[in-house]
Write a protein that binds this ligand. Structure first.
Ligand SMILES: NC(=O)c1ccc[n+]([C@@H]2O[C@H](COP(=O)([O-])OP(=O)(O)OC[C@H]3O[C@@H](n4cnc5c(N)ncnc54)[C@H](OP(=O)(O)O)[C@@H]3O)[C@@H](O)[C@H]2O)c1
Length: 209
């Protein structure tokens, strides 16, 4: 089975890559990135701005796609720039893979994602989900984690504080809102992409891993 992994340099992406490369059922991992990955057997890593990769590029040809792309408003610099990644780039890359024959897509969204949300972030994620549903994948899995408990380089101050608070208060927090590790999210994404169950499935945060 050939996987296309989008966002392999990120916190969740690195976990997906590690688990996918250790899984003998996955014969190739195609992981286009902006920064090179350490070489590994069965990994193909074109270093490129994949937003502008042509539709006929070999990159898109795969059985299953895992998309863990994303940025923050702070890193992107504006709301518009954030939407260009978390909405437009996620949909455009998934669409290119679908056109190239991909049948299964597993994607990271967020707890509370809704196109009707008053929160700009959650609304963007909800719009992303709607855009992906419209692409016609035979199998679509949307994973909606709560806070991702990951070490960031460079550190994302408030996010790290939040993750610490989530760890300390874990027993008091309802299951849906407990922090989740990249490794557990990766396991859910890979299992869903491999299984390729027909239709659209939403995995809420408490069901991850
Ligand atoms: N942080 C949380 O607590 C949380 C909670 C729920 C959901 N989420 C969502 O979960 C997803 C994954 O999160 P994460 O923590 O793994 O994210 P991350 O560590 O920031 O990684 C994001 C990935 O997207 C890539 N990317 C960003 N902008 C790009 C662009 N313009 N072109 C190409 N690649 C680009 C990054 O590449 P570079 O390495 O080149 O930048 C990186 O590989 C995100 O969509 C996020 O919104 C996060």
């Amino acid at each position: 089975m050939k996987f296309l992994l989008l966002g392999a340099t990120g916190a969740v992406g690195r976990a997906v890559l590690e688990q996918a490369l250790a899984d003998p059922r996955i014969t190739q991992v195609m992981a286009p990135t902006r920064r090179p990955l350490p070489p590994a057997p069965r990994l193909t890593n074109p270093v490129t701005d994949f937003a502008i990769l042509p539709a006929e590029s070999d990159v898109w040809a795969c059985d299953a796609v895992i998309s863990v792309l994303g940025t923050t408003q702070k890193i992107a610099g504006s709301r518009e720039a954030f939407r260009r990644v978390d909405l437009d780039l996620v949909i455009a890359t998934a669409a290119a893979a679908r056109r190239a024959g991909a049948r299964s897509l597993a994607v990271v969204s967020s707890v509370g994602a809704s196109a009707a949300s008053p929160s700009f972030y959650l609304r963007t994620k909800g719009e992303m989900e709607a855009g992906l549903r419209a692409l016609g994948y035979p199998s679509l899995t949307i994973v909606r984690p709560s806070m991702i408990d990951a070490r960031r380089d460079p550190p994302r101050g408030l996010e790290e504080l939040g993750a610490m608070a989530f760890r300390l208060l874990r027993p008091l927090i309802p299951a849906r809102y407990r922090a989740v590790t990249p490794a557990r999210i990766a396991t859910s994404l890979i299992a869903a992409a491999m299984e390729g169950r027909q239709g659209t499935r939403v995995i809420e945060s408490e069901e991850i891993g």
